[in-house]
Design a protein around this ligand. Sequence first.
Ligand code: ADP
Ligand code: MG
Length: 647
Amino acid sequence: MEASDPLITLSNVTRSYQTEGVEVNALKSVSLHINQGEFVAIMGQSGSGKSTLMNILGCLDKPTSGDYCIHGQPVAELSNDQLAALRLKTFGFVFQRYQLLSTLTAAQNVALPAIYSNTEKAEREHKACQLLAKLGLADRVHHRPGELSGGQQQRVSVARALINGAEVILADEPTGALDSASGEQLLDLVKALHKEGVTIILITHDPKVAEHAQRQVRLLDGEIVSDSAANRERQPDGKQSNGADTVQAFSSISVAAALAMAFSSLRLNWFRTFLTLLGIIIGVAAVVTMMAIGEGGKQDVLQRIEAIGTNLISIRPGGANMRNSGDIATLTREDAVALEAVTNVLYVAPERSSRATMRFGDNDFSGRITGTTPAYFHAKDWEMAQGVFFTDADVDTYAPVVVIGDTVAATLFEDKYQAVGQYILMKKAFYQVIGVLKSKGASAGGNDMDDEVLIPITTGRLKVFGRPYLSGITIKAASTEAVETIQQDVVRILTERHGKEDVMVRTTDSLVEAVTETQNTLTWLLASVAGISLFVGGIGVMNIMLVNVSERKREIGLRMATGAKPGDILKQFNIEAWVVCILGGCVGILFGYIVIFILSQLSVSVAYTLMPPVLAFITSLAVGVVFGYAPAHKAAGLNPIDALAED
Ligand code: ADP
Ligand code: MG
C-alpha cells in the first residue's frame, strides 16, 4: 500500500543542547517528510541524534530552530495542553526499557493513558484486556511487570501505546533490550500494526531490524545522510494540504480518577503515609484538645463567678476622676438604707472592711475583717457549715460575735468543727464565733473565698473601724434583667444624695465579661501553640511529598509522555496532599476527642464544643492546600524527557 497523506513534515529542524557553556548540536538541519501509513526506520550510531529526533517528533521536546508540522499544523503554535493531547491521541511511545510502572498490573499499565483521555474505568479496563489478548497476553493481564519476561513487557508497552488509538507509533530501540527471538516477535507485531494502517517510526542502530521497515533513514552526527525514499517525488507543502482541524486539548482528569490514583499511591507506601499522617494527627489533636481545655477552663471560671453570687451590683466609693486610694468618706449606712427602696432590689449589704489579725490560743490569722449586716449572707449566697449567721438583733445590739470562713476556721482551730462557741481575740477585744461559712473554694482570680471574717457592722464601727463610712455596698437584684435599671437608679439616688457622682457601680456581668475575655485570650494562646504543631505537621507533609515527587520522577515523566497534561499531574499530586491532610484531620479530631475524654475522666475541666474540630479540620485542609502546592507544582514542572531518563 502506498502512503499518501502528509503526516509529519520537518524542515531544517535543529536541536542544540547547552551543557556547561558548551553547545552540542544534536540535530543539524534535519528535513524529513513522513506520510500517513509509512513504516520508517531511523538508523544511526549511538549519539547520532536518533532519540533527540524522536523526542521532537513525539512532541516531548521542541526544536531549537526549524519547523515541525503535524497534519500541516505547525507544532510551535500549539499550547502545552494541545501538545499533551497530541501525545495522548496521535502518538504512542514504545521505549527501549519498556517504562512500565512496576506497581501496576499489565492491564493497569496499558490503561494508564486512557485515564487522561477521560475514558470510564470499566471501559479502560475492558479495552486494556482486549488489547493484551490481541497481543497474546490474555493470561498475563493481572501480572505485574516484574512477573513478565522482557518480550512480554515490551508487548504490554505496545498495548499501552495503542490504547487511545494512536496514529503513529514511535519506538526507540524497542528490541534493544530483547533477545533475538522476542525481538523477532515484536517486529512481527509491529508489522501487523503497520498493515492495520498505523504509521510506524522505528529507531534502531541495528541494520537487520531496520530491514523490516519500508523505508530507511540514516542519521550521522545529527544529519540525514541517506533516505531510501529520497528519490521519491516530494509532496507539495503539507501546510496547504490539511491545515483546517486544530488539535483539541482534553479536559482535565476527573477528581474521582485523581482520588483513585492518590489512594493507590498512598496505600503502596502505607508506612510512610502513616508517618506523614502522624504529624497532622498530632497537630489537629493538639488544637482540638487545647481548645477544649481552654474552653473548659473558661466555663470553670464562670461557674466560680456564679459561686460568688449572681445578679450582684457592687458599689464602691470614688468617681471616675477621683483617686481611689485609702478611705474615701462618701458612702454611709444611710445610703444603704435608702437603696433598699429601689424596685427589684432583694438585699442591700453595707460593708466596711479593714485588715486585722485574729488569734485563738497560739494560732494567728491575718486578713480582712468585714463589718456588715445579715443581708450580706443572703446577697452572696452563703450557706452555713456550722452555727448561725448573726441577726439584725445582733447588729442593733452591737453584739461581739463573729462568723468566719472555712479557711479561717481551719487556721485558727486545731479542729475546725470545734470553732463555734469559742472566743477569738481581735484588736484587743474578744468575739464569740457563732458560725462557720460553707466553703466556696477559690474564686475567679484564684483568690480564696473562704477567708471571710464577718462581724456586725455596728460592732465593727464601735471597736474596729471608728469612722462611720462604708467601703462598699453590695446589692442583690431580683433578676438578671433588673440589674441594669437598678444600676441606673443607684447612680441616680446616690448622686442626688451626695450632690455629685462619686461612686463606682459594677455588676457581676461586667466581671464575667472581663474574665471571659481573659480566658478567650488564653484559649487562643493554647490553640496557637497547637496550631504551630499543625504547621510543623504541614511542613512534614510538604517534605514527604517533595521526596515523593523526586522518587516518582520516572512515573511522572511516563504519565506526561503518554498524554498527561501538566495540569493533570498538578491535580494528582495536590489531591494526594489533600487526602493525606483530610485523613490526618479526621483521625486527629477523633484522637483529640479520645484525649479530651481521658482528661475529663481525670477531672480536668474540658468542654466539648463544635468550633475546635471544625477549625482544626479546615486548618488541616488548608495545610494540605498550602503545603501540597509546592511539591505538586514541582511535579507538574518536570521535563518528561529528563524524568524518563532517570533510573
Ligand atoms: P542517540 O539516541 O542517537 O544515541 P541522542 O539523540 O540521545 O543520540 O543524542 C545526540 C547527542 O546529543 C549526543 O551527543 C548526546 O550527548 C547529546 N545529548 C542528548 N541529550 C542531551 C541533553 N539532555 N543534554 C545535553 N546533550 C544531550
Ligand atoms: Mg538513543
